[in-house]
Design a protein around this ligand. Structure first.
Ligand SMILES: Cc1cc2nc3c(=O)[nH]c(=O)nc-3n(C[C@H](O)[C@H](O)[C@H](O)COP(=O)(O)OP(=O)(O)OC[C@H]3O[C@@H](n4cnc5c(N)ncnc54)[C@H](O)[C@@H]3O)c2cc1C
Length: 462
């Protein structure tokens, strides 16, 4: 360890305590990797802060020493966004895991940045069973902050849009160390909304940890109703699947609309499955909603070109799971635990083209693939996922998956979609297409907020 690094480590130990700072090669190895295809990049030191004040002190030290800082939640983004591309400090936020407040009446939860999806889900179930939050299909240790940061989505996205749209406010440590409150909490004791003030939260959403460290956030909660149901619409024609999605979302009754297309198992090959989940306060309401959803696609059923699958209770339970365990099972289909996907944000009208694109790439490059789309809002857009599984122990298999991801990113951009939570090479592909003044504005904002360029460098750069 060099003299300069030794001094930095000593100062970090003074800030958070020696047990929460590590330069051990084993830990640097672990923190340098994520489950996707991106090559490992190890930090020089891993730090686990316990409070906003400690985060602020760490950032001030990083400015003084001009050393990079990379924030990490669950580290499950799959596109390598919390790898330390230029070394430096890896800031693992998991110790900051307090659920500070659940406001039942105004329906929001205020949490620290290290609170995981699983923690909040379990806490609400136990202490506030009338409320729920929108859960992504990622493993439960993914954090709420990490997911909001990248504009994630989940099982209530047909109701509330992207998870970043469900955000009411933030506490952020700026890249220069100051702590700021954004949203209604800047002016009121309540974290109820981002309006009507200038929306500064946007400076930290979609920026991939390059503009500051989120330390607290409030997210919207939704009614957890006693009666829940799911129906699965099935067709062989992606055009019909698209039309059905548009008609079903027009009813504004669904909480989640999730399409899936997969060559495996054999009985689903060639079919488009669109699962539609809804909930109600009474059995009567549940049945009424079911009938209205069915009615919206009756023309396809009458023509006998599509229909709803009969589902047993165990199948229904599977489709209603949040998070969906079948995705995690696909992630390990090749064994060796390698899994990554291009999540392309695009209009629902591009659904058929996206299906064809995924099938062509999967088959021509001979990669294990699964495709699908989660509808965001009332059909306002979708997150179409092109998921590729690979065996981490087989370098050729990893290369094949990397090729599939690169090609998918390029063709998604050609189609008019935008890769979501893009890996470093895909960020460059996006920036090359971006209107130059928009990119210049991004650069100016970043320079203004982070004059020493310490925040997650290497991301959103050409
Ligand atoms: C099987 C599987 C299914 C998935 N399904 C979904 C899904 O349905 N919906 C979905 O949205 N995602 C999904 N994902 C992707 C991903 O796991 C989630 O988006 C996850 O919530 C990311 O959170 P994280 O805590 O792991 O973030 P991380 O990977 O730790 O971080 C993500 C980004 O945010 C930054 N960051 C993290 N914390 C902070 C902070 N406190 N301040 C500033 N920047 C920060 C990091 O630097 C990085 O750029 C899935 C992943 C898997 C493996």
């Amino acid at each position: 360890m060099g003299k300069e690094l030794k001094e930095i480590v000593k100062r970090l130990e003074e800030i958070v305590g020696a047990e929460y700072v590590s330069c051990y090669p084993e830990e640097r190895y672990f923190y340098g990797r994520d489950p996707g295809t991106m090559p490992a990049k190890e930090p020089e030191v891993v730090v686990l802060p316990g409070s906003t004040e400690e985060v602020s002190e760490i950032i001030k030290l990083a400015n003084e020493k001009e050393i990079p800082v990379v924030p990490m939640g669950g580290g499950l983004v799959l596109s390598g966004l919390s790898r330390a591309l230029r070394g430096g400090i890896l800031l693992d936020m998991k110790r900051m895991n307090r659920i500070i407040e659940v406001n039942e009446k105004s329906r929001y939860a205020l949490v620290e940045a290290g609170v995981s999806q699983g923690m909040l889900q379990a806490y609400l179930k136990k202490h506030h069973p009338s409320l729920k939050h929108s859960v992504p299909d990622s493993p439960p240790i993914a954090t709420i902050a990490g997911n909001v940061c990248i504009h994630g989505s989940g099982h209530l996205s047909a109701l509330g849009g992207f998870h970043s749209e469900m955000l009411n406010g933030l506490e952020v440590v700026l890249p220069t160390g100051e702590v700021v409150l954004l949203g209604s909490c800047s002016t009121s004791p309540y974290w109820f909304s981002r309006s009507p003030l200038p929306d500064l939260c946007g400076l930290f959403l979609g920026w991939l940890g390059t503009t500051g460290i989120i330390t607290k956030l409030a997210i919207k909660l939704y009614p957890a109703r006693q009666f829940n149901d799911v129906a699965v619409f099935i067709t062989e024609d992606p055009e019909i699947a698209k039309e059905a999605i548009l008609k079903i979302t027009r009813t504004a009754l669904a909480e989640d609309v999730l399409a899936s297309i997969s060559p495996k198992p054999d009985w689903v090959a060639g079919f488009q499955l669109v699962s539609v989940a809804w909930s109600a306060e009474s059995k009567k309401e549940l049945i009424l909603k079911r009938d209205l959803i069915r009615e919206s696609v009756r023309e396809f059923i009458e023509k006998k070109i599509a229909g709803f699958m009969p589902l047993g209770a165990d199948m229904k339970a599977r489709f209603m799971e949040a998070p969906q365990s079948q995705l995690a099972r696909f992630a390990d289909v090749k064994k060796g635990g390698g899994f990554e996907y291009v999540g392309a944000i695009m209009p629902v009208e591009l659904f058929p083209q996206a299906c064809r694109l995924g099938e062509e790439i999967g088959e021509s490059l001979e990669v294990a693939y699964s495709l699908g789309a989660r509808v965001i809002g009332l059909g306002h857009c979708m997150m179409f996922f092109f998921a590729y599984a690979f065996n981490r122990a087989d370098p050729e298999d990893i290369k094949r998956a990397q090729r599939a991801l690169e090609e998918t990113n390029e063709r998604v951009l050609e189609l008019g979609g935008i890769p979501w939570k893009a890996e470093e090479p895909a960020q460059k592909q996006i920036l090359k297409r971006m209107e130059p003044n928009a990119f210049e504005l991004m650069r100016r904002i970043r320079r203004l907020l982070d004059p020493k360029g310490i925040m997650n460098p290497g991301n959103w750069e050409i």
